[in-house]
Design a protein. Structure first.
Length: 249
């Protein structure tokens, strides 16, 4: 077991199923903005919006766009890819239709609440470290029913850049009052979460829920080899973590 004084958790794909909620909300909102879209095409457009093939979210994380600009650019990409008309009000109409459906569809993974309860009982402080916007993430906390995390969110807006920049991890550790070597970071994305936290000196844990994030440079086999070489634990569920972690002294 590894002794830790605090835990940092990724949010999307780690605590709750963001992909499913985005697909459901996107499909509805696409047909509000473009009523002539068929259901199948709207679903395909929603997947493109979520998957972000032009890596607009990555530019947002690096500080190139605001959150609202990032969302607008991703919707404009959908319009261009599917040959749809564009008007200035489309983005606002999309978000108005999208957010209620997203909130309703978002669910926490079954292992999230029990793990948070274990952390509380063990006396291990926890904070969410995400690249998403703070207000949007706090809304997800509420929608997912993980109210114990309310107010415990550190986002890309902490420093203007996001993971995998080491200063982001160090800032979150400072807020927890612990040295990086005493903090475990648990996340599902290899570059942003696993290597970012490992290179910043934290105790990295790779959570593999089955779906592999797009846009990684290394194959899954290569990532697993690196994890083994560097002693990075790989788990399929948050339920495995109590056996790996214990409260530090």
């Amino acid at each position: 077991m590894t002794a830790v004084k605090a835990v940092l958790l990724d949010a999307d794909g780690t605590l709750w199923d963001t992909s499913a909620a985005m697909d459901a909300a996107g499909a509805v909102a696409m047909r509000v903005v473009w009523p002539d879209l068929g259901e199948e095409t709207a679903a395909e457009a929603a997947v493109r919006f979520r998957s972000d093939p032009r890596a607009v979210f990555r530019a947002f994380v690096a500080g190139s766009h605001t959150f609202d600009e990032m969302r607008l650019l991703r919707l404009r990409d959908v319009a261009e890819a599917f040959g749809l008309d564009w008007e200035d009000g489309h983005s606002a109409r999309f978000e108005t239709a999208y957010l209620p459906v997203f909130d309703e569809a978002l669910t926490a993974f079954d292992d999230s609440l029990p793990f948070l309860q274990w952390l509380s009982q063990a006396g291990i402080p926890v904070r969410v470290l995400t690249n998403s916007a703070p207000a949007f993430t706090v809304g997800k906390v509420t929608s997912a029913g993980l109210l114990a995390l309310d107010g415990l969110v550190c986002s890309r807006d902490c420093l203007g850049v996001g993971k995998p920049a080491p200063e982001v991890f160090h800032h979150a550790c400072e807020e927890l009052g612990a040295d990086p070597a005493e903090v475990a970071y648990v996340g599902d994305e290899w570059t942003s979460d696993v290597m970012g936290s490992h290179d910043a000196g934290l105790v990295a844990v790779w959570l593999r829920r089955g779906d592999e994030a797009a846009g990684e440079d290394l194959t899954v086999a290569d990532r697993l080899a690196v994890a083994e070489e560097r002693g990075i634990p790989v788990v399929a569920s948050l339920a495995e973590l109590p056996a790996l972690l214990r409260p530090g002294t």
